[in-house]
Design a binder for this molecule. Structure first.
Ligand SMILES: Nc1ncnc2c1ncn2[C@@H]1O[C@H](COP(=O)(O)OP(=O)(O)OP(=O)(O)O)[C@@H](O)[C@H]1O
Ligand SMILES: [Mg+2]
Length: 178
């Protein structure tokens, strides 16, 4: 038997591909796929890499219907759908770890909560390792994403992700003299 996959790199040629990948996470974190409810995802990547776009598509697929704002200023946007609790953090402007402790953010990292964190590296060592790290980098075309599992739960998710079909390569040019 081959070793379980710990990390997976995929091409996301356009925003629709980012959204399609994000939608695959909805049944995994919401329990709709038969697994446990909850999970923590860290989203890394430069400004505009697609961290919020990914999160929005995941939240929509989980049934969140209102406006989904980027938490760049508020640090946290939270949502509740039936018995599911979602916390979307963005630590880009995070400066003071007391802010984290005073706001009681740590209490939100419960096993059954669904937590998505943009710019987790800005929170220094305050965060426990996520179930999955999602790294987005600019590529041609679009973006390249690497999914890395850090826990057994993340490992289960990784095995459930269906890679998108490869982008068809352009037809071969007719050979000279044909
Ligand atoms: N695979 C893709 N290929 C090309 N464009 C994409 C892809 N995925 C998302 N985008 C586009 O990239 C932009 C991503 O913006 P988004 O706000 O999600 O970035 P972000 O990583 O959250 O940035 P920030 O660090 O500022 O929060 C959007 O304009 C979106 O349409
Ligand atoms: Mg963002």
């Amino acid at each position: 038997m081959s070793a379980p996959l710990r990390s997976l790199t995929l091409s996301l040629p356009d925003e629709a591909a980012t959204e399609a990948l994000a939608r695959q996470f909805a049944p995994l974190v919401s329990g709709a796929g038969g697994g446990p409810v909850g999970g923590r995802i860290h989203l890394q990547g430069d400004l505009g890499a697609g961290k919020t776009a990914f999160t929005r598509a995941l939240l929509r697929e989980c049934g969140i219907t209102g406006r989904i704002k980027s938490p760049s200023y508020a640090l946290l946007e939270s949502y509740k759908v039936s018995n599911l609790y979602f916390y979307h953090f963005d630590f880009y402007r995070f400066t003071d770890s007391r802010e984290w402790l005073d706001a009681g953010f740590r209490d939100l990292l419960r096993d059954e909560a669904i937590v998505l964190i943009e710019w987790p590296e800005r929170a220094g060592g305050l965060l426990p390792p996520p179930d999955m790290q999602i790294s987005l980098v600019y590529a041609e075309p679009g973006r390249e994403v690497t999914l890395t599992a850090h826990t057994a739960r993340g490992q289960t998710w990784l095995n459930a992700i269906v890679p998108p079909p490869p982008v068809p390569s352009p037809p071969a040019a007719p050979s000279a003299g044909a």
